[in-house]
Design a protein around this ligand. Sequence first.
Ligand SMILES: Cc1ncc(COP(=O)(O)O)c(C=O)c1O
Length: 408
Amino acid sequence: MDDNVFAASGSVSVGTQESRRPARTTFLPFAVPHITQAEIDEVVDTLRSGWLTTGPKTKRFEREFAAYIGTPHALAVNSATAAMHLALDAIGIQPDDEVLVPVYTFTATAEVVVYCRAKPVFVDVDPKTCNIDPGQIEKHITARTKAIMVVHIAGVPAAMDPILAIAHAHNLVVIEDAAHAFPATYRGRMVGTIGDLTAFSFYATKTLAVGEGGMLTTANPAYAERAALMTLHGISRDAWKRYSAEGSWFYEVLEAGFKYNMTDISASIGLHQLARSEWLLARRRAIAARYTEAFSHYAALETPYTPDDVQHAWHLYLLRLCPERLAISREAFIQQLAQAQIGASVHFIPLHLHPFYRDTYHMQAEDFPVALHAYQRTVSLPIYPGMTDSDVDDVIAAVEQIVKTHKK
Ligand SMILES: Cc1ncc(COP(=O)(O)O)c(C=O)c1O
């Protein structure tokens, strides 16, 4: 049973001529977190406990997340961005080092490389998944290349075996940006146990949502130790305990660290989201199946591709428009969805099109043709566990109506 605290939204009988489906009376947001009374009670318990920042609940969340993923080390932080920055620091990235980054991603994946005064070197993506294309990696490797960032777009794990083979051959570290990929598997292995270090996001729209939060996982004890030190100002281990009965007032600053620790308020939410993660995934998967079933009847629409050897986390449902069969632009398509009270979005504007990356690294739109083409025709539809079956029907009806009205 769905005990989400957010009320379901409704429809009234207005109807389109073709489908006679009633128009929505309320706007369906693009993303809403799934919050139950259990999260609310846990947060209240934390507030009453007097321990708001990193403490026992954060440590429990780390243990339970590590057990779920099957990794020896999980470090709770305040974002995936923080986790990726800690990962680059842990592997010792130096100014002027190069890090390969897929161009089809959110800015966080590349900006952390810039934080280290290293250089992001962009790589085009696979046309089916929009994940880094293993066949494009080697031509970008130089003597300065130290690592490959791998992003699992929408929740589809990238082709990790070929990527790991290239990394191994060139002595490169593999860092996974798994902001979209909880819980996901590749060839039976859980994302979070595959590359050298993996960063998860618990941002408000993500599959496990605490507001702002993230987790860094690794099997490498040296990386884990360095990240644990750097996440809280570079002060001696268990610094968070210094105000507890077990702690001591004395601490030493060993490095110029960061302020990336998770709060117990966030961990309170995370503990219950984690416990419900299978149910949450099942619900997203069911919505995706309904969309794909409906949209595969239209030649003007391309439904998301899922390789056979992965478990998709279904963070995003990326529908692609086929412009040769549709007399409507992607922008107008999204506007018409909004008029039908359906929130939609676009993931992603490839990084080489953004002024900062374009101008700093002297890139042209055509430098990454696969990413450019995918970007121009992608629409992200709402996909979250709190959607009712009727919400899903509304999205399908709105998309079908636009396609039927504008087919070429
Ligand atoms: C691919 C990708 N990487 C990283 C991030 C950053 O996550 P966070 O907000 O937790 O830092 C996002 C956020 O949307 C993302 O989509």
